[in-house]
Design a protein around this ligand. Structure first.
Ligand code: CDP
Ligand code: MG
Length: 835
């Protein structure tokens, strides 16, 4: 609450400035001199949210004045040499030719669907056209445009690009906001944010007050947040008649979206992409010298010693492996069967595998025989990328930095690396970018002439029946394959190498399954509940393609189990808190429990680690060494989570001593991930402190951080019902989940290295199906911990039936548990979770 005296003072100040501005304008000058008006603005802006308590008419005048200033700045920039250069570039984009038509359509219709080839200027130009035309008409400060992106990295890079095109620093009229990070100021009128951020805003501001235009970008990807946003926005439109909604898509399934918004007009931006020749596996083998019919002869390709860099397998044998499989695939009608067989062997991305060797061969072919131009390689994920990178770094041609500039492009790359991707390599050096499918649509690299497409992408799917998420590389869709191919034709005719036979391509699904239909819906359902839109099931049935009822039921059951919803599906106090925390509900609960039970610091590290990624690296060829290094952090406490805490703390110590880099190298830790964990820790602390859950001094909520059983219990409270019983046999152990499913431990888990585990239970964060079901990180817990911290008591009771639990000891365990865990001042926990 802003004190009245301050409010008066600011109002007075503003009034004074305004009067002068108006006076000046009447005298003929458009605004005050630049420096003077900047000073005044700073005065106004230094009082946070001055707008929110200003009287309407004063507000109007402030905005008018700001609008004038914006127009001046825009004109000045557009007339400067650099501004003109950029304007010329922008005018050369295909979207520019449709500018007037687009502006008109948007002015006349509440919803417009726009499609156009990637790179034609949708994301960077269309929101900018609106902003510019509003500014030009003297209403710049009145417009408020939001443009959503599916990924953080594209929100950030697009915002940077657009502000550069406008000759402004980021955070002025153009800003961005992604989870836990952002740059926007009082003058920001065009905000690029992730779709998740807009959803979060809708939780507290259901009418999007003050927003004039919403762009939802990349809707063809059918991400969960985008599909969710469309339901919410569709519901909002009748209440906000003045709000404009623009949907943007790269491929041409625009009518699906247009129908969803009762026949909204569609505009297609014709692109000028150059033709791209598609080569499928059969051509590739031929091109690189492998004739399907004559695979016994050694040809010039063999002389290039490509296969010879790997010594284990004779060159001819390698070649045979590939060609035989392809032959089989081509000659058999049972396509499904054979395509998966071919592909299994082709995308078994381990060093020296057929897949890698084939890729290497294609890259060599391009480098030796083809015209200049960058190469973009689509791989399935970060693991293959780093693995292939290591392999080709050792290659005589591809690994030569004077001839090849090797870069990677994936979701977690550093900003410096991000910039390199767009830069021109030195003359006679070929740029090769190994990318995930992130480079498919949201990032445009102009100089790409060659695309290599391995045909798969790592995709999460969700098995509702077994309530298990699966993470498997799966075939991309035909739309994706076309999209990947299109990336080669930006500046001149291009070539695309699809590393699979054409018949396999023809068997691809036309479009990818929407994410809403292939992920667990826990977080989503929690958000729906906090939107207060009634029943989750009814709400989701309004989706473009509604998820299965079983998937929804699983999510609701889960939220009830962790205490976020009560039995009538109403949000509990805990649920409300969890819906505002930008993490998975399970981890959010762990964080809150850590604060309440006063062992916040280790829990903070664990939650940050689980929501970034594992900092423990597992290089393919040094798995054993890496595992040993990790187990040094385990100190016989049977916990990957505690190992993470120790590794993090060790890093902080090493950093103080100036030896952080060596420390990471020695222990197979990723410095970048540890830094990310460090910054997430700060952000979470800030949010929890803001929510009143932490003490200002920082000591009280850490009073019990050294109490290991307590930390273990809090881990359990967060990860429950991710629990497996440890079944010891004579020489081995096996692990069983509550639904009697067998699970295996990941090779890099500290618990995988023990012969026996001194705890009857393991709690785990996630189980993932990769052939068999694996659990990644786990922590051993005792019966008493499970009873006291494993969800609600009725679940504990059910567990007592489990053969692993000795029912007669129940009373004793509870007693022990209470003594062990709930002493004195920790009882606050009851107020939150006691219901
Ligand atoms: O959204 P869409 O794929 O239609 O294209 P865009 O992201 O708006 O990009 C339009 C053009 O701007 C691209 O073709 C690039 O030439 C250029 N651009 C750039 O040079 N640097 C960026 N960071 C983003 C775009
Ligand atoms: Mg775009």
């Amino acid at each position: 609450v802003i004190p009245l005296s301050l409010q008066r003072r600011v109002e007075g100040l503003l009034q004074e400035h305004l009067d002068r501005t108006v006076l000046n304008a009447e005298k003929g000058g458009d605004t005050l001199s630049e420096t003077e008006s900047t000073n005044q603005l700073q005065n106004v802006d230094s009082v946070e949210d001055a707008d929110s308590f200003l009287d309407g008419s004063v507000m109007e005048k402030v905005l008018q004045r700001r609008s004038l200033r914006m127009r001046n700045m825009q004109r000045t920039w557009q007339e400067s040499p650099e501004g003109r250069r950029l304007l010329d570039f922008r005018r050369s984009l295909p979207s520019s030719r449709e500018k007037e038509r687009l502006l008109q359509a948007i002015a006349r219709n509440q919803v417009v669907v726009i499609s156009g080839e990637t790179g034609c200027g949708k994301t960077t130009q269309l929101p900018q056209y609106i902003l510019e035309s509003e500014i030009e008409s003297g209403r710049g400060a009145f417009c408020n445009i939001i443009c959503t992106q599916p990924r953080r990295i594209s929100a950030m890079s697009v915002a940077e690009r657009v502000s550069a095109e406008r000759g402004e620093p980021l955070g002025e009229s153009i800003g961005y906001k992604v989870r836990l990070e952002g740059m926007k100021g009082k003058n920001t009128h065009l905000l690029f944010c992730t779709s998740g951020i807009l959803l979060r805003r809708l939780l507290s501001d259901r009418n999007l007050n003050g927003v004039t235009h919403v762009f939802v970008d990349e809707i063809h990807e059918r991400g969960m947040n985008e599909d969710f946003l469309l339901i919410v926005l569709k519901d909002l439109l009748p209440r906000r008649r003045d709000l404009r909604l623009i949907l943007m898509s790269a491929t041409l399934n625009a009518d699906l979206f247009s129908n969803y918004f009762s026949g909204a007009p569609m505009i297609h931006i014709p692109g000028f992409t150059y033709p791209v020749r598609a080569h499928f596996l059969e051509d590739i083998l031929e091109m690189t010298g492998y004739k399907l019919t004559s695979f016994n002869q050694i040809d010039d390709y063999g002389q290039e010693k490509l296969w010879k860099t790997q010594k284990q397998l004779a060159p001819r044998k390698r070649k045979n492996q590939i060609t035989t499989l392809v032959e089989e695939a081509l000659s058999k009608s049972n396509l499904e069967n054979y395509s998966s067989k071919v592909h299994e062997s082709l995308t078994c991305w381990t060093p020296d595998s057929i897949g890698f060797n084939l890729l290497e061969a294609v890259l060599c072919h391009i480098c030796r025989k083809e015209r200049p131009g960058a190469v973009l390689v689509f791989m399935t994920g970060w693991e293959d990328i780093s693995c292939l990178r290591d392999q080709i770094k050792a290659h005589p041609l591809l690994g030569d930095p004077n001839r090849v500039l090797l870069l990677t492009c994936h979701g977690s790359m550093a900003t410096a690396e991000q910039k390199l991707i767009f830069e021109k390599p030195p003359p006679n050096v070929r740029k090769i970018i190994l990318a995930t499918n992130m480079a498919e649509a949201s990032i445009t690299i102009n100089d790409v002439v060659f695309v290599v497409d391995c045909g798969k992408a790592k995709e999460t799917t969700y098995d509702a029946l077994n309530n298990t998420p699966c993470l498997l590389p799966s075939w991309i869709s035909q739309a994706s394959a076309r999209q990947r191919r299109g990336r080669a034709g930006r500046v001149q005719p291009g070539e695309c190498y699809h590393l699979y036979p054409q018949c396999v391509y023809e068997a691809f699904a036309e479009y990818q399954l929407p994410e809403l239909l292939r992920t667990p819906l826990n977080s989503l359902c929690l958000q729906i509940k906090s939107l207060q839109v009634g029943s989750i099931g009814d709400f989701l049935s309004a989706a473009l393609q509604p998820p299965e009822p079983l998937a929804v039921q699983n999510a609701v059951d889960f939220l009830k189990m962790i205490g976020a919803l009560d039995e009538h599906e109403n949000l509990t106090y805990l649920g409300k808190f969890l819906s505002v925390l930008p993490v998975d509900p399970k981890l959010g609960k762990m964080l809150i429990m850590g604060a309440i039970f006063r062992c916040f610091d280790p829990i903070l590290t664990i939650v940050a680690g689980l929501s970034v990624r594992d900092p423990f690296l597992l290089p393919q060829d040094k798995k054993d060494l890496a595992g040993t290094a990790k187990s040094r952090f385990s100190a016989k406490d049977y916990s990957d989570h505690m190992a993470l805490v120790r590794a993090y703390e060790g890093w902080k110590d090493a950093e103080r001593e100036g030896s952080a880099y060596e420390y990471c190298w020695r222990n197979f830790l990723s410095l970048q991930t540890l830094q990310a964990i460090h910054s997430l820790r700060k952000q979470f602390t800030y949010i929890l402190r803001d929510g009143g859950l932490l003490d200002m001094d920082g000591a009280t909520h850490n009073k019990l951080s050294h109490n290991q059983p307590l930390v273990r219990a809090v881990i359990c409270s967060g990860l429950f019902p991710g629990i497996a019983s440890v079944v010891h046999r004579e020489t081995s152990m096996s692990f069983k989940t509550m639904d009697d499913g067998q699970v295996m431990l990941y090779a890099n888990s500290v618990n995988a290295r023990y012969q026996t585990i001194q705890y009857p239970w393991l709690v785990f964060g996630e189980k993932v199906k990769v052939n068999t079901v694996f659990i990644r990180d786990s922590t051993g817990v005792s019966d008493s911990i499970l009873i006291l911290f494993g969800g609600k008591l009725d679940y504990a009771a059910a567990m007592l039936q489990h053969p692993n639990m000795d029912i007669h000891k129940e009373g004793k365990y509870l007693m022990l548990g209470v003594q062990e865990l709930v002493s004195g001042d920790q009882c606050e926990g009851r107020f939150v979770f006691g219901r």
